[in-house]
Design a protein around this ligand. Sequence first.
Ligand code: IMP
Length: 191
Amino acid sequence: MTEVASVLFGREDIRRRVDELGRTIAGDYVGREPVLITVLKGGAVFLADLMRATPLSLEPHFMAISRYGDAEESLGRVQILLDTDVDLAGRDVILVEDIVDTGLTLRYLLGVLLARDPASLEVCTLLDKAVRRIVPLTPRYVGFDCPDRFVVGYGLDFQERYRNLPDILKVDDLEALKDDPGALSPRFASA
Ligand code: IMP
């Protein structure tokens, strides 16, 4: 019998990669104080680890958005539910994302942030599902290339569940998870 999901990136691999990203960012931004903007809720876990792995003075800020249906249906139209109050004019901004999939959401957010005249704007995503890209965007910093599978854990959810799993799981049987959204709950026991 196929398991509903299996580990794609374990917590140790994630920790090592996030540490590498943090050191790379610190090297690239030496002498500057970047603003790290994260989109709630998915990016919160990544941001919490990334900022502690980045030996540099930086400011974390948050935004929250809601999508109309899924990204493709909505063509990336999103509504800003929570905006950051930081003045981005002249600042070095890094948008921290959990995953870039079609790129539609990212294109919208980059447009919003660019209109605020930052000195620079880059994207750091933990996962890059490049095979699904509709909008040709290449994030400057990528944790892992992600296969064309639905993934959960380490901030990523299925119907608001599983954000607090320490590993990233790929869902091998999405229909089974749709039928029983709690099917992966036993994973918490081994987490
Ligand atoms: P995009 O606009 O298609 O790039 O969608 C990006 C957003 O879709 C991400 O920030 C996630 O919230 C969500 N998303 C895309 N793929 C996955 C996945 O495999 N698991 C969980 N959420 C996903």
